[in-house]
Every structure is written in C-alpha cells, then in structure tokens.
Design a protein around this ligand. Structure first.
Ligand code: GDP
Ligand code: MG
Length: 315
C-alpha cells in the first residue's frame, strides 16, 4: 500500500505567505545597517523572531544552534546565515516517517484514528479532508461521529463524508460518545474498513469531563481492538498563537498524542508557532491545513515547510 501524499509547494507557499512575509521581514531587519554578523546581530534577530510567534525559549534555543554552526564559518554572508537558520529550523521539527506510517496502517485493520482538540480548531473539517486523502489512497474509510453535543456537528460531518465519498456512522445528538465509538469500530470490523476516523467534542474548559470521556473512549475501543486507537491526532488552530501551545500542553497531559495537525495556516501571520509546537511537543506534526477546500490538507514536510517560509531569493 502506498498512501496518497498531498503536497503542493506552490499552494503551501501561497498559504504561508503572511507568515513568510513576517519572518522574512524580521530576518531582513536584523541585517539592516550591519556590515558583519556579530553578537549584536544575533541579539537583534532574537528580539525580532520572538515577535514572530516563535516563542522566547524556542528562539533562544534555535539561535544558539545557529551560533554554534557558524562559529567556524568564515563566510558569514546573509545567504550563509539564512541557510544555517533553515538547517536549524528543519532539524528542530520532528519529521514524520511515511514508510513507518504506511506499514502501521497496513498491519492494523481497521486502523483507528482519534481526533481531539478544542471547539473550532478545525477537527471536523480536517477529518473530511483526511478521509478524502485516505480514500484517494484506495482505502476503505469510515468516519465515527462522536461529537454528539451539538446537532450541527453531525450534519457538518455528514456533509464532509459525502464530499469525500466515505461512509459515516452516527447516532443522534446526545448519544454517549463512547457508545458511538464502540459501534463505529464494530461496524468498521464488519464492513471491512481499513481506516476509522473518530470525531470528538472539544470541551477543554471542563477538563475533568474531557479526560474521563477520552479515557472511556479509549477503553471501549480496546474492547474490540486491543491496540486502538492507533493514532490520536491533536488539531490546533494555527491562528491562535500562544494559545495553541497551551492547548497542546493541556491535551498532552490527558491523552497520548501521536501526531499534531495545525489548521488555518492560510491567512495567518502566526505560523511561526509551528516551530515552538514542533520543538515542545516532541511529536511529529503530521498535517497542515492551508484552506477550507477538500484538497487543502497537506502532508507536513519540514524541509518544504521551511523552504516555503524562508524562500527569500525566489520571492
Ligand atoms: N481558512 C481555513 N479555515 C479552516 C481550516 N480548517 C478549518 N477551517 C475552518 O474553521 C472553522 C471551524 O472548523 P471545524 O472543523 O468546525 O472545527 P471543530 O469545532 O474543531 O470541528 C470552519 O469554519 C472551517 O471551515 C483551514 O485550514 N483553513
Ligand atoms: Mg467539529
């Protein structure tokens, strides 16, 4: 089996334009009026990058790495500094391993993905796009509608299931989310599903309830498939800056997140948050959302991402 990988560099670049403009401006500003790249340059760059949503500790960490790399370097032209910065930024992001992902999916049938995140982060939309990408890989996909708190949630998920041409399992509003999960998995086993994607409600403000609910969801999944859920994806809104970092910390406390999805990177200048999330989570960023359309969920590739942001010469 080989998974369809949605990567479109032009679209990525276009989506990241605001973030890219911001970071490039900050970098260029640090060079302005300087003949040499010295400590004063690094201090200025540090101050500037902090305002690009990268976060203070992450900026310090990254720039220490850049300083180390450049220590023995005679050529300290802006090109060399930027290339070094790119290398360090790429190294800082945990790279997803497509081969391993494919092997995992192929060896668990059905493969269960739980999707968590606060309301409005983009879970339902992302599930629709993700289901479409999996269907394009030739996989039999089933979506489980376990956000049973809002009537509109089911309808929205149903629209996405239709759009992406996959099946959906749902019970009415108010149903116990874990019973939906149990029955979705049972249905998936009986109908030969390759992948099951579960949508959940994101009530982070009632943390204890959410924790209990997610625990219960995990427990019932394991009744039918002992190692399910095979993945737990946390969806974060790329537009929410430091809030996204806080949400990540909270969710990591209550569930075992195996991958992160950052949405709404189109139209925001706050995409620099990704470097902070990438470093602090220790978990791969798996996908990024660069628009509201069905083909706007891209596979995350650290090299292409950094190239799209710091593509100074080709701008
Ligand atoms: N521009 C843009 N909007 C998005 C993206 N992902 C989700 N959205 C929008 O964000 C809003 C909330 O999404 P939804 O999937 O309902 O969030 P949920 O509450 O977590 O399920 C919707 O209006 C989506 O269209 C994205 O990558 N880009
Ligand atoms: Mg939703």
């Amino acid at each position: 089996m080989s998974l369809f990988r949605n990567i479109n560099f032009d679209k990525l670049k276009q989506g990241l334009k605001k973030t890219s403009d911001k970071i490039i401006n900050k970098v260029n500003e640090a060079f302005t009026g300087r003949a040499v790249v010295d400590e004063a340059f690094f201090e200025r760059l540090e101050e500037n990058l902090v305002t690009a949503d990268i976060g203070y500790d992450t900026v310090s960490f990254l720039l220490d790495e850049v300083r180390k790399e450049l220590k023995e370097e005679k050529d300290r032209s802006s090109e060399t500094v930027i290339e070094t910065l790119k290398t360090v930024l790429i190294r800082n992001l945990v790279s997803p391993d497509p081969e391993n992902i494919e092997k995992n999916i192929a060896s668990h049938k059905p493969y269960v993905i739980l999707v968590v995140g606060v309301n409005g982060a983009g879970k339902t939309t992302t599930i629709g796009k993700l289901a479409n990408n999996f269907r394009l890989s030739g996989l039999n996909v089933l979506i489980g509608a376990a956000d049973t708190f809002r009537a509109a949630a089911n309808e929205q998920l149903e629209v996405w299931a239709k759009r992406s041409g996959v099946r959906i399992f749902q019970k009415g509003i108010g149903a116990d989310p874990s019973s939906v999960v149990y029955e979705t998995i049972r249905e998936g086993i009986h109908t030969n599903a390759d992948i099951i994607i579960i949508d959940t409600a994101g009530r982070l403000h009632t943390k204890t309830n959410l924790m209990e609910e997610l625990d219960k969801i995990k427990r019932v999944s394991k009744k039918l498939l002992p190692d399910a859920p095979h993945d737990t994806f946390l969806v974060l809104d790329g537009n929410s800056g430091q809030n996204a970092v806080q949400q990540m910390n909270e969710f990591q406390k209550i569930c075992d997140i195996t991958g992160i999805i950052i949405t709404k990177l189109d139209g925001t200048a706050k995409g620099g948050t990704i470097f902070q999330i990438g470093r602090k989570s220790g978990t791969p960023i798996r996908y990024i959302g660069v628009g509201e359309g069905i083909d706007d969920l891209q596979d995350f590739d650290p090299v292409l991402f950094v190239e799209a942001i710091l593509d100074i010469h080709k701008n």
